[in-house]
Each structure stands twice: as C-alpha cells, then as structure tokens.
Write a protein that binds this ligand. Structure first.
Ligand code: PEP
Length: 251
C-alpha cells in the first residue's frame, strides 16, 4: 500500500515569523501516522521551519533548487543548502517555474538530477495547459515532460521520485479537475512508468494530484485508486484547512 503524501506549496507567502506561527497552530492538529504531511515554505523560512519541525513527523521541502553545488550563481540556492535547512523534498518543474521563470525541460532535468544527487527527493510536477487539453494533446504533453525528466534515470534514483499531476488550468484558478480526469491521467502516468521502469516501480511510485484542492473537494480526489496524495497551494496556508485536507487523505 502506498503511503499518502499531502504537500503544501506556500509559493511566495509567509515570513519566518508567519511560518513559525503556522507551525505552532498546525502541529497540534495533525497526528495521523497514516499519511505523510509536508510543507514547502519560501527559501527564507526554511531554516526556521527545519528547526521547528525537527522533532515532528511533518516533512520539509523547498519550492525550487539550482543545479550547481556552489559558485558564482547570484540568487541561486543549492541542494546542499536545502539539506542543511532540514529539507527532504524539492518541487521540480512546478508550472509557475516553467511558465514564469522559463524552466524548460532540460533545466527541469538538471534540477531533478541535482536534487537526487544532493540527497533530496524530487516532487516532479507536470501538467497540460487548457489549450493543450482542448486540442486533445494532454497525453502528448505529459509524455514529453515525463521522458525529458526521467529518461534513463537509474532505478535506485527513480524509486525516490514523487510525481505531481497538476493541470495548469486548475492551479490557483478554483477550477479543480474532476475525479474522473484526475484518475484518468494518474492511471496513465502509472502505466507509462510501468512501461519504462517496470511494474514494481509503477506500483510503488506516489502520484499526487494538484490544482485547487480544498477541504471540501479533497476526499473525492484523495480516495481515487491511482491518486496517492495532493500538492496543495492556496489552501495549505491555513493550518486548519490544510489539516482537514490531510485527514481527508487518510485511507
Ligand atoms: C500549486 O501551487 O501547486 C497548486 C496546486 O496551487 P493551488 O492549490 O492554489 O491551485
């Protein structure tokens, strides 16, 4: 049985003090050992969050990473710096990175490789735009993103990858994929992983759904056979709401 992962992507929200206040309200609300919970605050809050979460089961992740270890890369943050803050995960290829910051498929691949070799687990985000869906190109787009990010990845490294299916049209829009759409794509991703990495790898990999997940729609998405958790943006900023989503994900 795959353990569910409910991850909160805070995007560009929360100072270190606000992060501390979130954590002090959030920790007493969750207690389940049946689902993994993770928060992804901005870089500037990671060190504080890492210290506060150290003795809890809540995991910490970063929203991005650079693919070099150190050097003249102004503004960049390396995998080693994230590990030192207590991170376990990194979001790689989030649609806002792809569309606002120009992270194309080769950059996504380099970030994924650097994440893995730096000892962190990547949450590889992928998804189609509304134009691509309307054009019937959803699976072509996902195929291209999957191949670019994962082709020839050694099995021991692949086993640490989490995939998040996030239709771009559902991110931050309030428009959620239907359970049928989320299940159709997640099942397709699992089958595609099976074809490339074998049935045991497909059975093991965690596939999350992301895109306007809220407390009131979480259960319908998190109980789908091929959906193993959620990547939650806006709704993860509220401790009570995020805890309610996590409870909805407990099998
Ligand atoms: C996200 O940022 O990955 C996301 C899914 O955002 P939201 O839940 O706000 O749509």
């Amino acid at each position: 049985m795959r353990r569910r992962l409910i991850a909160g992507n805070w995007k560009m929200h929360s100072t270190p003090d606000e992060t501390e206040s979130f954590i002090s309200r959030f920790l007493p609300l969750i207690g389940s050992a049946e689902a993994d919970a993770a928060i992804f605050p901005p870089f500037t809050s990671l060190d504080r969050a890492g210290r506060l979460l150290r003795s809890s089961d809540v995991r910490l992740g970063a929203q991005d990473v650079y693919f070099e270890a150190k050097g003249a890369f102004t503004g960049a943050v390396s995998p080693g710096m994230l590990v030192a803050c207590g991170c376990r995960y990194v979001l790689v290829g989030h649609s806002e990175r792809r569309h606002t910051f120009g992270d194309d498929d080769p950059i996504v691949r380099r970030k994924l490789d650097a994440t893995l070799s730096g000892g962190l687990d990547p949450v590889l985000c992928m998804g189609e735009t509304i134009e691509e869906r309307r054009a019937g190109a959803t699976f072509d787009v996902l195929e291209a993103q999957l191949i670019a990010a994962l082709r020839k990845l050694p099995p021991d490294l692949f086993s640490r990858v989490v995939i998040a299916y996030e239709p771009v049209w559902a991110i931050g829009t309030g428009e959620t994929a239907t359970p049928e759409q989320a299940e159709e794509v997640s099942a397709w991703i699992r089958a595609r992983v099976g074809a490339a990495f074998g049935a045991p790898a497909a059975e093991r990999i965690r596939i999350l759904y992301g895109g306007s997940v809220k407390p009131d729609n979480a259960r319908s998405l998190l109980t789908l056979p091929n959906v193993d958790g959620a990547l939650v943006g806006g709704a993860s900023l509220d401790p009570e709401g995020f805890a309610a989503i996590i409870s909805a994900g407990v099998r």
